[in-house]
Design a protein around this ligand. Structure first.
Ligand SMILES: C[S@@+](CC[C@H](N)C(=O)[O-])C[C@H]1O[C@@H](n2cnc3c(N)ncnc32)[C@H](O)[C@@H]1O
Length: 535
């Protein structure tokens, strides 16, 4: 479905909205466990399909601002969402449109994606008491957790699994964590939904997603004094929601052991307890494996849309370096869709390596790229990673690119003749790194693929693709990249990865050199005649 809204002033982004499913329509195939909270009011629905010429007059009704409202009973108390109305179009889109216009991109698009039930991955604090457990997010600016059983952002099966977990906590007398005392059994829970059940018709897979539950347990390992309770809770979840239950909700249960008193959610010890050990999802045209310890995008559907767009900007058979790669999802999907000669994935978290290997091993045999994953800190020797590929992809955390990487990208032409560093895959030895398992991990890279490609180490990238979840840092990084004309901004797209907030995910495409080519100008003239951009 496509919804193009006319704006008061140019330039206007093309806004597309794929799914207008109201929260009350998001129901699991099997009934949810009952909840003591009254259901949220049913929001009205947008017309199923609305495609307007941006120059035409506005649609008479219904007003999208009223239609696309959160309708969440927890809005006042929970810090997860900051905006109740206009979910389909956070006001930051205006700012982004103007920003990109000022930097030469007049056809910025914004995809409003799925507005409710979009979150497939949630980390929730477990507090309160065994009689009255609280499983939710902190109130803004506090460490007071609040219950959010009817959260409208969560995939509905996350809410159902939380309800089941609370029943288990009460029945088995599990003590939630007490931050002040450092006591209790269960500290946090991570819920991750896989929507990739190929036994179901494609149209039913999303709503029937299964939940991988990771219990963050307040002990050193599974032989500690309270481990019996951990196993009892695991059995409870599996018996009530596992594979053989009519209400099959739970994909698997994992434990993470964490005793530290700092704010880091996960410790370094993970154990698979029950259910399928491997968690598969399908995005960007490939099956991807994601261990609970690896980074995973929360909004699976929006991420898939972004990947489809991204693929169009990567020339066939190019060599690609995927920086801040996590388990390499972006790079591997490009290897498959663009028949890349080579793909290098660079990631600081060693835990993502296994997921990378599993994903690569499941690729069809027709994918003949040389694909490698490197455990490295991008900021430590950026020349090594920037050189040797046609396309660089960066997908940094919210704080944006490391300054050392920006500096190298700004001076890209001058690195051609810089001497090679001593290692092609520098390991992580950062005194500021607080996660000991990352410091310990020293075996660095894994290479998969029959083709061993020795890319010219002097090759410099022509294309830089920046995927950003932090708008403020992106703006700064973008200005830095454009400041000395080493790069020019060609395209930009926004995605509603976090409806209910003022965050957007940005996909920005830069090309080497300061001036747009003649071809682009000609293509631009031709495009004006077209009603809609097909990218
Ligand atoms: C926003 S996530 C993107 C992950 C991946 N592209 C994906 O979509 O699944 C950012 C990733 O960058 C990694 N990271 C953070 N700082 C890094 C650094 N200095 N060098 C390499 N990776 C880093 C994080 O561990 C995390 O996996």
């Amino acid at each position: 479905m496509v919804l193009c809204l006319p704006l008061a002033r140019p330039p206007s982004p093309i806004i597309s909205c794929h799914v207008h499913t109201s929260p009350t329509l998001l129901r699991t195939h099997n009934p949810r466990p009952s909840t003591s909270h009254s259901p949220a009011p049913t929001p009205p629905q947008l017309p199923p399909s609305l495609s307007l010429n941006p120059n035409s007059t506005p649609p008479p009704s219904p007003s999208p601002s009223l239609t696309c409202a959160l309708h969440c009973p927890h809005f006042e108390s929970c810090s997860g969402c900051t905006h109740e109305f206009n979910l389909h179009r956070p006001s930051i889109v205006d700012e982004a449109t103007e920003f990109f216009h000022a930097h030469g991109v007049d056809d910025f698009t914004f995809d409003s994606c799925k507005l409710w039930g979009w979150r497939c991955r949630a980390k929730l604090a477990v507090r309160g008491s065994s009689v009255n457990p609280v499983v939710g997010l902190y109130q803004e600016g506090t460490h007071n957790a609040v219950d959010i059983p009817d959260c409208k952002a969560h995939h509905p099966n996350i809410n159902a699994a939380v309800e089941l977990l609370k029943q288990g906590i009460t029945e088995l007398n599990i003590e939630p964590y007490d931050e002040d005392e450092g006591t209790g059994d269960l500290r946090y829970v991570q819920m991750a939904v896989t929507t990739h059940d190929t036994a179901l018709p494609a149209s039913k897979r999303y709503l029937n997603g299964k939940v991988q539950v990771s219990l963050v347990w307040n002990s050193r390992n599974e032989t500690s004094h309270n481990s019996q309770k951990l196993h009892a809770l695991t059995n409870f979840l599996w018996k009530k929601g596992g594979r053989w239950n009519n209400n099959h909700l739970i994909h698997s249960v994992w434990a993470n052991f964490q005793t530290s008193t700092n704010n880091i959610i996960f410790g370094n010890r993970w154990r698979h307890l029950v259910g399928e050990a491997d968690f598969w999802e399908n995005v960007g045209g490939i099956d991807i494996s994601l261990a609970p310890s690896s980074f995973g995008q929360a909004n699976t559907r929006a991420f898939n849309l972004l990947l489809q767009k991204l693929q169009k900007y990567v020339p066939y058979e190019s060599s690609v370096t995927d920086l801040y790669a996590g388990a390499g999802v972006i790079g591997i999907s490009l290897a498959a869709s663009r028949k890349c000669r080579s793909v290098r994935c660079v990631e600081i978290n060693k835990e993502s390596k296994l997921s990378f290997e599993k994903t690569v091993n499941r690729l069809p045999s027709s994918v003949d790229s040389s694909i490698s994953w490197h455990h490295a800190d991008t900021s430590k020797d950026p020349v090594t990673w920037v050189r040797g590929s046609d396309v660089i992809i960066v997908d940094p955390p919210r704080k944006g690119l490391d300054p050392s990487l920006i500096e190298i990208l700004q001076n890209i032409s001058s690195i051609k003749h810089k001497p090679e560093s001593s290692s092609q895959s520098p390991s992580v030895k950062d005194k500021d790194e607080k996660r000991p398992w990352i410091l310990r991990a020293q075996e660095d890279s894994v290479q998969v693929g029959s083709k061993v490609t020795l890319e010219g180490r002097r090759t410099l990238p022509q294309t830089l693709i920046y995927i950003s979840c932090g708008w403020e840092s992106f703006k700064e990084d973008c200005k830095s990249l454009l400041s000395n004309k080493a790069w020019r901004l060609e395209k930009a797209h926004g995605y509603n990865f976090f409806p209910g907030t003022q965050s957007i995910e940005v996909l920005a495409v830069f090309q080497r050199g300061g001036k747009a080519s003649q071809n682009k100008k000609k293509a631009g003239k031709k495009k004006k005649k077209r009603v809609k951009n097909d990218k």
